[in-house]
Design a protein around this ligand. Structure first.
Ligand code: ADP
Ligand code: MG
Length: 197
């Protein structure tokens, strides 16, 4: 399926608003297995995205993704900014090359983050959300329940990447904060597409 420019902006803006509403909760999740700043960092980054849209409204889909990526990477330090920035940059590049199919874009964005982070499923990272969510979306089978399930599944995993991996076994029992914040992106997408809860 293809989104219009307007839908793409609305989708990302919904995500921005989710992050804002859940900043404290995301910080709490990151306090358990990281340095406690993920909500604050991502909120700063996503607010910068919203400002960038307001300053100069993107007129093409590649511009929407590129503006998003640049705002995120320039305002978020840490692993998650670079990785999510990579996802949006990949979508910007592919749409510029003429690939408009959102199913393909999300799967390729996930692959680009795996490469960038040298990570894969089961390592308790945002990949554990992006991979199942993008694949289910590609099969037109993504639901709100599946998104929640993917987030919950990170709880039982032992972190193998990033700061939380230093905790080894002690990382078990906590949700990955960036899997959670990425879940809002996919929830926002289903909402923008009018999928019933
Ligand atoms: P930092 O630890 O630098 O403060 P963030 O808080 O921004 O990083 O993000 C940490 C999150 O980034 C982790 O919870 C995990 O989801 C993700 N992450 C870290 N390293 C990797 C990696 N190599 N591959 C995929 N995801 C990663
Ligand atoms: Mg952090």
């Amino acid at each position: 399926m293809e989104l219009t420019v307007e839908q793409t902006i609305n989708w990302i803006t919904r995500w921005v608003d989710y992050v804002k509403q859940n900043t404290d909760a995301l910080n709490e999740l990151d306090t358990a297995i990281g340095d406690g700043d993920h909500g604050t960092n991502l909120n700063r980054g996503t607010q910068a995205v919203k400002e960038a849209f307001a300053n100069e409204k993107p007129t093409t889909i590649p511009m929407v993704y590129r503006t998003t990526a640049m705002a995120l990477v320039s305002t978020i330090g840490g692993a998650s900014g670079a990785l999510i920035g990579t996802a949006f940059l990949t979508m910007a590049r592919l749409t510029k090359e003429g690939e408009t199919n959102l199913e393909v874009l999300l799967v390729e964005a996930t692959e680009s983050m795996k490469k960038r982070g040298r990570s894969d499923v089961g390592m308790k990272t945002l990949i554990d959300l992006w991979d199942p969510a993008s694949k289910a979306f590609a099969k037109h089978e993504l639901t709100y329940a599946k998104i929640d399930e993917a987030v919950e599944k990170t709880k039982e995993m032992k972190a193998a990447k990033g700061r939380s991996s230093y905790l080894r076994e002690r990382s078990i029992g906590h949700i990955d904060p960036v899997a959670k914040s990425s879940s809002y992106l996919f929830i926002a997408l289903l909402e923008e597409l009018g999928q019933e809860k």
